[in-house]
Design a protein around this ligand. Structure first.
Ligand code: IMP
Length: 504
């Protein structure tokens, strides 16, 4: 006989959080939204990748291009560049995101101690950087012997054959930081000595990098910025279970920090084979998420197959018609709650904590808080991000209102049939998504700030200063349909422009 779940499956709008005690210490400014992105031995080590906010953007053509990726990384989250494009295009997008910050790190601007003024001028023309590290062998990791900036020489007055050692600032006169110092410490030195560039060296005087004043300015505006160890934006990329042998190496080469198998239904041998191939080729150095699943069995399968994070959700996306077309899926809240329990059990058994991501169906900002309270470590959003200036779609005007286009990966427009691939010919003969408009909402930063302000306030109402505290202490209640009516404005005439009221 078929298996029947005891309870009907529910979605976020059917739940509310019941406040817990908030102490005077529990204020929104103190809330940390840091969250792990990849599995780790909790209690013994730190995760290799952590986000500063619990939001990632959906692996979709109409959502996650390179502009979205840098804008979201600036706020502390991660975009997954869409995989429904050629390998070359996807890798090029990833490479461009990684290059956005690369100009600040002088790996391109290192010059040998044997160089002359002519070499310095040529390098400045080539890289555009006016600050150069003079290293013994001219490499980015060579022994630092000095620094040259454009203030050290006058092209019109000096012989191009002048040795660099005659006009550089030699190491003995340099202010530098020791490898391992924090960005804050480095910035303190920059401020104290009024520097534009601060070299960082290891114990053998070898250069490990630079910290630039201009970087610091941008960091101050975006304190949550998510950067890799070379100060480049962190970015993810979607892959599929067909061409991974070619796509994964190209994305890794381009610098993707994390991959995710993009599939509407992840409880499949295809995902296991893909994960196995990645582990055999790269061990644990390449991080990869998998999904989507909606129950404990699906979670366990992908956990054992080696996924670094696991994505939850079938049929709940705003552009999704999977449930209507195929009758598969589960209410997003119920799926999240069950998978979170399975994740905790797996952790108890193995000591390995696998982050889970609730994907799709976030309509109101409070749905994010609910998903986290139910055990999700972060959420993936499509519709939410598609509304912003940074999404890679057209802005159109409909009846005088700005709109953006938003279409599903399973729509005829995206033609991402690999996402629905169950083997065989791999062709889907029907659509699982629609093409739509969403109201234009302006810049990502303004919207994310506001959304997360609400999340932080609600967390304080629940007495939680961090996501793990919320997951542990939240009190969650199902609501009746009548109480949902009570939750909106009711029994009043809401003022809008159509009333021309006169004061009597
Ligand atoms: P949203 O945030 O509610 O708009 O949902 C976004 C999520 O919907 C994505 O992250 C995908 O998991 C899912 N999705 C994307 N395209 C389609 C589609 O065409 N059909 C069904 N689900 C889709």
């Amino acid at each position: 006989m078929a298996y029947f779940f005891d309870e009907p499956s529910h979605t976020f709008s059917e739940y509310l959080l019941v406040p817990g005690y908030s102490s005077s210490e529990c204020i929104p400014d103190k809330v940390s939204l840091k969250t792990p992105l990849v599995k780790y031995r909790k209690g013994e080590e730190e995760p290799k990748l952590t986000m500063n906010i619990p939001m990632v953007s959906a692996i979709m053509q109409s959502v996650s291009g390179e502009r979205m990726a840098t804008a979201l990384a600036r706020e502390g989250g991660v975009s997954f560049i869409y995989g429904s494009q050629s390998i070359e295009n996807e890798a090029a997008m990833v490479a461009r995101v990684k290059a956005t910050k690369a100009g600040f790190v002088t790996s391109d601007s290192n010059i040998s101690v044997d160089a002359t003024l002519a070499d310095v001028i040529a390098m400045k023309e080539r890289t555009g950087h006016s600050t150069m590290a003079v290293t013994k062998d001219g490499t980015a990791k060579g022994k630092l012997v000095g620094i040259v900036t454009s203030r050290d020489y006058r092209v019109s007055r000096m012989d191009p054959a002048t040795k660099i050692t005659e006009f550089m600032t030699p190491f003995e006169k340099l202010i530098y930081a020791k490898d391992g110092c924090t960005l804050g410490e480095a910035n303190d030195i920059i401020w104290e000595y009024k520097l534009n560039a601060l070299p960082v060296i290891d114990s053998d005087q070898h250069l490990t990098g630079f910290v630039f004043r201009k970087d610091y300015e941008s960091h101050k505006e975006n304190p949550n910025e998510l950067l890799d160890e070379h100060k480049r934006y962190v970015v993810g990329a979607g892959i599929n279970t067909r061409d991974y042998e070619k796509r994964v190496p190209a994305l890794v080469e381009a610098g993707a920090d994390i991959l995710c198998i993009d599939s509407s239904e992840g409880f499949s041998e295809w995902q296991r084979i893909t994960l196995k191939w990645i582990r055999e080729k790269y061990g644990d150095t390449v991080k990869v998420g998998a999904g989507n699943v909606v129950d404990a069995e699906g979670f366990r399968f992908l956990a054992e197959a080696g996924a670094d994070f696991i994505k939850i959700g079938i049929g709940g996306g705003s552009i999704c018609i999977t449930r209507e077309q195929k009758g598969i899926g589960r209410g997003q809240a119920t799926a999240t709650i069950e998978v979170a329990k399975a994740r905790d059990e797996y952790f108890k058994e193995t000591g390995i904590y696998i982050p889970i991501c609730s994907d799709g169906g976030i309509v109101h900002d409070y749905h994010i808080t609910l998903a986290l309270a139910m055990g999700a470590d972060f959420v993936m959003l499509g519709r939410y991000f598609s509304r912003f200036e940074e999404s890679p779609t057209n802005k159109v005007t409909i009846n005088g209102t700005y709109m953006k286009e938003y279409w599903g990966e399973g729509s005829a427009r995206a033609r991402n049939w690999q996402r629905y691939d169950l083997g065989g010919s791999g062709k889907l003969s029907f659509e699982e998504g629609v093409d739509s408009y969403v109201p234009y909402a302006g810049a990502l930063k303004d919207n994310v700030d506001l959304t997360l302000s609400k999340v932080r306030h609600t967390m304080c109402n629940c007495g939680a200063l961090s996501i793990p505290e919320l997951q542990k202490n939240a009190k969650i209640t199902l609501v009746s349909s009548t109480s949902i009516v009570e939750g909106g404005a009711h029994d009043v005439v809401v003022k809008d422009n159509k009333y021309d009221a006169k004061v009597n």
